[in-house]
Design a protein around this ligand. Structure first.
Ligand code: COA
Length: 185
């Protein structure tokens, strides 16, 4: 066995008193609020968003449909799971609906902090502001729950995600290292 250490940043921002400004989604896209019947769809979008990205090396479960399904079940069962901060994005094509974005939120009322889980946009839908729109929607949910701060963890080499969070107003508060064991082939 050998171990790889991945550098990760904990980032936080203060939630504006009335939530963030929520811009419109590009034409053809809509936000879908949480419902338990959507758990499998969230897991599917999560898997298609993360499977070929660095985070599927850091958290191998993100690279497999069954791993993403289990993770979604765990998130949805957590005591602080916040449906108002959990959203899908649907793309309405001419003859079908394609789900292409997911975010989930967990609330910690004691620390008055919300935590963003696994923001993901599937590769064909990136670069149009959808990731930013999902962050806005999740933070609006945290604001509605009366939380003051929002936090997340991001892999330092995930440059586009780090840029997105910094642009949004998140600041690095801590650097941590995640050890991942792998077998020699
Ligand atoms: C990180 C991730 C969620 C970003 O999603 P996204 O929808 O592409 O995010 P946005 O569109 O809001 O922002 C991405 C880029 O598009 C640009 N953009 C936003 N709206 C735009 C528009 N209307 N026209 C052109 N470009 C636009 C942004 O400026 C940004 O540019 P930059 O990367 O050069 O800084 C996505 O890449 C992803 O799912 N990655 C894999 C999973 C992952 O790592 N998630 C983060 C875990 S912590």
């Amino acid at each position: 066995m050998y171990v790889t250490y991945y550098k990760r940043y904990r980032m936080e921002m203060r939630i504006p008193l009335f939530g963030c400004r929520q811009d419109r989604l590009p034409q053809g896209y809509s936000l879908v609020p949480w419902d338990e019947s959507l758990l499998e769809l969230h897991a599917d979008v999560k898997c298609r968003s993360f499977a070929t990205e660095i985070d599927s090396q850091v958290f191998p479960c993100l690279g497999e449909p069954s791993g993403c399904f289990r993770l979604m079940e765990e998130i949805a069962r957590k005591p602080g799971f916040l449906s108002d901060s959990t959203w899908l994005i649907a793309f309405h094509a001419l003859d079908h609906i394609e789900y292409c974005g997911t975010i989930q939120g967990i609330a910690d009322p004691v620390r008055s902090t919300g935590s963003i889980q696994n923001l993901g946009i599937t590769p064909g839908h990136r670069g149009q502001g959808l990731g930013t729109r999902l962050l806005e929607a999740a933070i609006a949910g945290f604001a509605k729950a009366g939380l003051r701060r929002v936090g997340l963890e991001v892999t330092a080499d995930n440059y586009s995600a780090v840029r997105l969070y910094q642009r949004f107003g998140f600041r690095r508060i801590k650097t941590v290292y995640k050890a991942v064991e792998a077998a020699y082939l």
